[in-house]
Design a protein around this ligand. Structure first.
Ligand code: NDP
Ligand code: GDR
Length: 357
């Protein structure tokens, strides 16, 4: 393989960590951009980090921020990437209603800043650019399933910012001939998913309730439907998108959709509990069939001002042109996440037990 060098923004996030691992395994030199933080924020990549003083190191971290154009230009100039994966974002939909301006700055203008860095440094013909676009672009249901030609209708400041990022990527491809591609990725999860996204919140709660450190799980809209896959499969798709012979936009999805309540039911089933639902609206609860204990309650605080009710993707184009398809089923995904969180809580319990002695 000719020397390949990747620059990954958002390397400390769920996808960034999976992607860095994948590219290192493929022989790439990988430069990751991390934000300065007063506490540790590299937990997901600690296992692949090697002291840069050691010989043969191929993974390097740099401080940076998508809101800082000069920093991005310098990073692109110094690291000389052949591929840039723009994964950094304020990625939480609910949080974007509280921080709309920052979300727009990082997610929309951040993408523009990186594309401008490519142009300013005359790298239009040498760098390939991947933009982390999202199924949130579809927002209010226009068509089912959603594919590359489905109209967009963003329903949050996050989605509106990502809409700009999507189109500026297309525009820089058309205006300047940059190999710039959008991956329109449907929800993808895994054991290292951020704790405030619904899947991980559920699997952590299952483990917490099993270990007696949490009473109940508080959720918002139980009827929202998502097309959930495993992040490991999706970073492989990102890579394939940049290896394709021409830049283009691709949906990556499983083609299946499930309601939040189904995720809850499957997750509790992993620990042998059956959830039975009773009541409606904010009064709905999920009880343990055997004990009658309330496992799930509804808290309107988690309702979205404008919700995305139903996402289901059609990955036919990615299958045909990239040979990509998901490999982890919904059930396997839930099982892996629950098992991981159970083990995590067991380690915590063991540690607390020892420190109490
Ligand atoms: P995460 O929230 O786990 O990771 C986001 C990353 O971006 C983190 O490394 C975070 O740093 C970094 N970041 C946030 N703001 C800035 C900034 N201003 N400058 C530099 N870095 C910043 O997201 P995921 O890994 O789940 O998602 C990756 C990308 O894919 C995101 O752009 C997301 O919007 C998009 N996406 C995700 C999907 C999913 O289901 N996971 C589906 C479709 C799209 P820190 O660790 O310091 O917070
Ligand atoms: P999403 O993911 O908004 O799809 O964005 P999230 O897991 O936050 O929500 C999925 C659905 O679950 C409902 N929900 C709750 N959500 C959260 N976070 N917390 C709750 O308590 C809760 N109860 C119900 C939500 O209303 C929603 O319908 C993710 C992010 O990774 C984005 O960055 C990415 O672009 C999209 O997926 C595709």
């Amino acid at each position: 393989m000719a020397d390949k060098t990747a620059l990954i923004t958002g390397v400390t996030g769920q996808d960034g960590a999976y992607l860095a691992r994948l590219l290192l395994d493929k022989g790439y030199t990988v430069h990751g951009v991390k934000r300065r933080s007063s506490s540790f924020n590299t937990e997901r990549i600690d296992s692949i980090y090697v002291d840069p003083h050691e010989s043969g190191t191929r993974f390097f971290l740099h401080y940076g921020d998508l809101t800082d154009a000069t920093n991005l230009i310098r990073l692109v100039q110094e690291t000389k990437p052949t591929e840039i994966y723009n994964l950094a974002a304020q990625s939480h939909v609910q949080v974007s209603f509280e921080t709309p301006e920052y979300t727009g700055n990082a997610d929309a203008l951040g993408t523009l800043r990186l594309l401008e860095a490519i142009r300013i440094l005359d790298l239009e013909k040498t760098v390939r650019f991947y933009q982390a676009s999202t199924s949130e672009l579809y927002g209010k249901v226009q068509e089912v399933p959603q594919n590359e030609t489905t109209p967009f209708y963003p329903r949050s400041p996050y989605a509106a910012a990502k809409l700009y990022a999507y189109w500026i990527t297309v525009n820089y491809r058309e205006a300047y001939g940059i190999f710039a591609s959008n991956g329109i990725l449907f929800n993808h999860e895994g054991p290292s998913r951020g704790e405030t996204f619904v899947t991980r919140k559920i699997t952590r709660a299952v483990a917490g309730i099993q270990h007696g450190v949490q009473d109940a799980l508080y959720l918002g809209n139980l009827d929202a439907k998502r097309d959930w896959g495993h992040a490991r499969d999706y970073v492989e798709g990102m890579w394939r998108i940049l290896q394709h012979d021409e830049s283009d936009d691709f949906v990556l999805a499983t083609g299946e959709t499930h309601a939040v309540r189904e995720f809850v039911e499957l997750a509790f089933a992993e620990v042998g509990r059956t959830v039975v639902w009773e009541g409606t609206g904010v009064d709905e609860v999920g009880r343990d069939k055997a004990s009658g204990d309330i496992l799930v309650r509804v808290d309107p605080r988690y309702f979205r001002l404008t919700e995305v009710d139903l996402l289901i993707g059609d990955p036919a184009k990615a299958r045909a042109r990239l040979g990509w398809q998901h490999t982890t089923s919904f059930k396997e995904l839930v099982a892996e996440m629950v098992a991981f969180d159970l083990a995590l809580f067991e380690r915590e319990a063991w540690r607390n037990d020892r420190s109490a002695r």
